[in-house]
Design a protein around this ligand. Structure first.
Ligand code: ATP
Length: 612
């Protein structure tokens, strides 16, 4: 390897460790007491083994001395001769006991910290997810980082801290062993090091390889977990069964596993193979040193006690050194995974910087001025949209599937920003509005509303977090959304658990769910813009008529926007926009549009004929 490449590989290797400091800070911040406890136990567990080895030497030499004394004495008193040796044995027992205590302390604190830190990191990941915009969520690369972080990152900070302490512990042990060993010969230290370094280099290389493998294939692992979900979740199982998809999906699931496993196997075999071969070097050096120490004992340059000690010290020193190197390569691996976590956490959130709580011309309502929009990486979904909706007026959007109706609502609710043009509320650009204020002013139900696995009351409460548990408000909203009658018939009324995930959960029909969603929109008492995207598609005709009668009464002074494929619901709107491939192609009232005899009139007649 040329020098410059070696240097840059080394720099990469060292550079990765920059996350160690942050992980340590995180743990320190999480529990100072336990981090100090860990440090103390580490210190004790690090220093005492060398002390034990030294006492071991004293015991052996003490025994040899006692044997001589016993032979030489005329009237030997066993207790007197043995006493010093026995004291040493007791000391050794005490030291071993303390080591065991320190190790238990370490493992107890580690397992507690693991739980707290795992939770903390998961919360950090989820909090960050809350700050991401919808388009960031739809960015596959960022989403991969998020899933990788959720899968792997929560255990890494502790693992890093444990390894750092483990490293310090082994370093202390090694230093204390070295102090003993260097009295035998400084060369022994060199032999010790030579045996361990090759294993370390190969470990570091393979942990890098494993991380790259893990990162590269996150799309495949995501597909795997997606297939698991489809095959094992109640909301998809019905269709899977009826279409007989189990075999097909399982085969795909297996194929992904086999492909991934092939790579894993290759890596594992190489890693362990090299680990074994290079590990033999360590064994070889140990036996070299062994022979040497024995030789020195035989020729009488060291005592029998020293021989025992040196052999033990060499063996344990070797173990400590290889523990140090393993810890470093493990830390390198943890740092790689943490780099992914911090990359994700530091991904710039698209800050909503607006501060306005009032527009420059209150009462002006909503305006789109030449608004165009394209989804990231997609073609234009909306082009040159202009419209004005004054308070108390209603707007209906009509158009084929995929024409851009929902997209318009997403812009209006600031889930996305226009690529061109502006949207004004009360005369001020939507971007400049304070997020909270804006959210309070808009009540919206999307077609793909969420069916929360929560009690039915809370399913309404999510519509207004300030009234999340307010039973009175639930009842009122359910009344407007026509959900009250069936909710009151449920076994535990508003406390009835919905969905099948939890015990005694009740499943609702499609139309009932839609009524829940509709009531959720009514929870927004302060909202003066109400948006309903296909709110009644699953409802029976009587319910639909009722819903709109209530809606009109409720929305008398509000701005309302309605998306529907049913002309019966659209016709009463003050303004109807017909959208086609992202453009407004017709606008007017029901009557004027019929008179114009264009697309609207055509679609209307088609639907009317269907009912004849
Ligand atoms: N998140 C997205 N990312 C990229 N493209 C999208 C996204 N959502 C919608 N689109 C595309 O934007 C276009 C308009 O979609 P939109 O959902 O606004 O249609 P729609 O008029 O509401 O349709 P429908 O009547 O079926 O609900 C479609 O071509 C669709 O493929």
């Amino acid at each position: 390897m040329p020098f410059s490449r070696a240097a840059s590989t080394m720099a990469d290797f060292v550079g990765v460790f920059r996350y160690s400091r942050r992980a340590l800070a995180l743990v320190w911040d999480t529990s100072r007491a336990m981090m100090l406890g860990l440090a103390l136990c580490t210190l004790v567990a690090g220093v005492l083994p060398a002390l034990a080895a030294w006492v071991g030497q004293l015991i052996v030499d003490g025994v040899v001395g006692a044997m001589q004394a016993f032979e030489e004495a005329e009237a030997p008193v066993l207790a007197v001769i043995l006493a010093p040796v026995l004291q040493l044995v007791a000391l050794e027992a005490l030291i071993i006991g303390l080591i065991a205590l320190a190790q238990r302390g370490l493992s107890a604190q580690q397992s507690l910290l693991r739980a707290i830190l795992g939770q903390r990191v998961n919360v950090m990941i989820l909090e960050k997810a809350g700050t991401l915009s919808l388009s960031q969520f739809e960015d596959a690369e960022l989403y991969d980082k998020l899933t990788r972080a959720r899968r792997e990152a929560s255990t890494r900070p502790l693992s890093l801290v444990t390894k750092t302490f483990g490293l310090i512990q082994s370093a202390i042990s090694l230093a204390s062993f070295s102090v003993l060993l260097v009295q035998f010969s400084p060369w022994a230290l060199l032999i010790l090091a030579l045996g361990a370094v090759p294993v370390f280099v190969s470990e570091a290389k393979f942990s890098g390889d494993a991380f790259r493998l893990f990162s590269r294939r996150s799309p495949e692992t995501r597909m795997q977990s997606y297939l698991e979900t489809v095959l094992a979740r109640e909301d998809s199982i019905k269709e899977v069964k009826l279409f007989g998809l189990e075999g097909l999906f399982l085969a795909r699931y297996r194929a992904i596993f086999e492909r991934l496993f092939g790579e894993d196997r290759r890596l594992t075999l190489r890693r362990e193979g090299w680990g074994f071969a290079l590990g033999l070097l360590g064994t070889l050096t140990f036996y070299l040193a062994y022979a040497w120490v024995v030789l020195e004992a035989v020729v009488g340059s060291i005592t029998l006690g020293q021989m025992t000690m040196y052999l033990m010290v060499f063996k344990q020193g070797q173990a400590a050194l290889s523990a140090i190197l393993t810890a470093i390569s493990g830390m390198y691996e943890d740092n790689l995974y943490l780099s992914n976590l911090y990359d994700y956490l530091e991904h710039p959130a698209q800050h909503e910087r607006g501060v306005l709580t009032q527009g420059v011309s209150p009462g002006d309502g909503l305006r789109f001025e030449n608004v165009s929009f394209a989804y990231p990486g997609g073609r234009a979904a909306l082009s040159d949209i202009s419209l004005h909706l004054a308070p108390g007026r209603s707007l209906a959007l009509v158009g084929e599937n995929g024409s851009g109706k929902t997209t318009l609502i997403k812009l209006l609710t600031r889930l996305y920003f226009p690529t061109e043009g502006r949207i004004l509320l009360d005369g001020s650009d939507l971007r400049d509005w304070d997020a909270q204020t804006l959210r309070r002013r808009v009540g919206v139900i999307f077609q793909d509303f969420v069916r929360y696995q929560l009690p039915v009351g809370e399913n309404l409460g999510v519509g207004d977090t300030q009234a999340f548990e307010d039973v009175q408000r639930w009842r009122q909203a359910a009344h407007f959304g026509l959900a009250d009658t069936f909710i009151e018939r449920m076994p535990q009324g508003y406390q009835t658990q919905l969905g099948r995930w939890f015990k005694n959960g009740q499943e609702l029909s499609g139309g009932q769910w839609q009524k829940i969603a509709l009531s959720r929109a009514y929870m927004r008492e302060d909202a003066d813009i109400l948006v309903l995207d296909e709110p009644t598609a699953a409802m029976d005709a009587a319910a639909e008529a009722n819903v709109f009668a209530r809606f009109r009464a409720h929305a008398r002074n509000k701005m309302t926007i309605l998306i529907s494929h049913r002309f019966s619901t659209v016709r009463s709107a003050d303004l109807i926009l017909v959208i086609d491939r992202g453009r407004i192609i017709e606008r007017g009232t029901h009557d004027s549009l019929l008179r114009a005899n264009g697309r609207y009139a055509h679609l209307f007649r088609l639907q009317a004929e269907g009912y004849r």
